[in-house]
Design a protein around this ligand. Sequence first.
Ligand SMILES: [Ca+2]
Length: 427
Amino acid sequence: MVVLSLLFLVAAVFLRGDPSAPGDTTPSGADSTSSSTTDPEDTTTLPGDTTSTTEGGGSGLAPLQEVALETVYTGINQPIGLTAPVGDDRLFIVQRSGFVRVLDANRQLLGTPFLDLTGKVLAGGIEQGLLGLAFHPDYATNGRFFAYFTVPGGSRRLAEFRVSAGDPNVALATTEKVIFEFVQPPNSTDIRHYGGQLAFDPEGYLWIASGDGADSRAQGQDPNTPYGTVMRIDVDSGDPYSIPEDNPFATTGGKAEVWAYGLRNPWRFSFDPVDRNLYIGDVGHNTREEINVVPLDEGGGYNFGWSDMEGDRCFHLSGCDPSKYTSPVIVYLHQDFDREYGSVTAGYVYRGAEIPELHGVYFYADWVQGFIRSFRYANGAATDERDWTEDLEMPAGTQITSFGLDGHGELYVLTWAGEVLKFSAVR
Ligand SMILES: [Ca+2]
């Protein structure tokens, strides 16, 4: 696998910008599942959790000249998610329309979708559809994975599926087991703000991001609803799930599934398994975008402010007291850009093996502005802020839908135009 990774790195350096390149010269037909390194005894391993934290120098790599975005694939319609089982060499691309497609270990797009949910998914507007996908930490042995999507009628559904016994590149929609489903809040008048992110935390619990449903602004401040929250459930006990006993509202004070609330539309969130922090991007209303960072180990129950506040300003509640809410660590204003709108696309802390110089750096982007920025989180604040847009040659206004991690913790970014781009080291 190390050799394979190096081959890809070489391809990235020499073939950058040629979307069909990384695989053209590589024999096809390799068994894309044969190199899985998942330890079935370890339920807590996340991509990026197992690599050295050496800050370069000791890694044996040549000096880093620059970080570039390698074009892995182009022309896949509206990709909104990228993930893979831990240790797996394939990439699973989530399309809003309801397909999950496989780029095999040679980065060839398989003709048959891994999963076709188009018969179940309602993908209206720009915010409905298949919105999130997460593989169980023990996927290599149990074949379980989870999807979050909107269904006809406008409800949002979390469901479990299983890979086919005979084909590791195909899962059937008929294996669906609904975990939960809930309608839009009663005062919602718009088909927006569903959230979307699914991810397993280092303890093996499944987290779900759920937006406020739009035009339903009271919901964000009520932890007794699923709206405007991130939720945390145990899909390894109970039927169809149980509540982790250390959830902040497990017994009182709010809905038992809710881990944090006061969110508007938490489209994407991620965990840093090394520093054990949760990073949430909350899409703002009409002036501000924000990134929130909170520790996983201090009990949860955070109130991120919406809709009393938008970012760092009072919104519905005039004369609000910001100290009553968990403040964002990053706020940026729509008015600071030529395009006077914004929509934050939260990313990941880089913990991959190929660019150890970036360990601990958190990347995020904006769907309207097309920028890619980063910071390091230290002592409760964003430090070492940097704008990468020019260095990464990201055209202004590129609609960045999501970041994603592969099975080895390497970082990718997806665009509405159909690009799959990988953060790559040029050495
Ligand atoms: Ca907030």
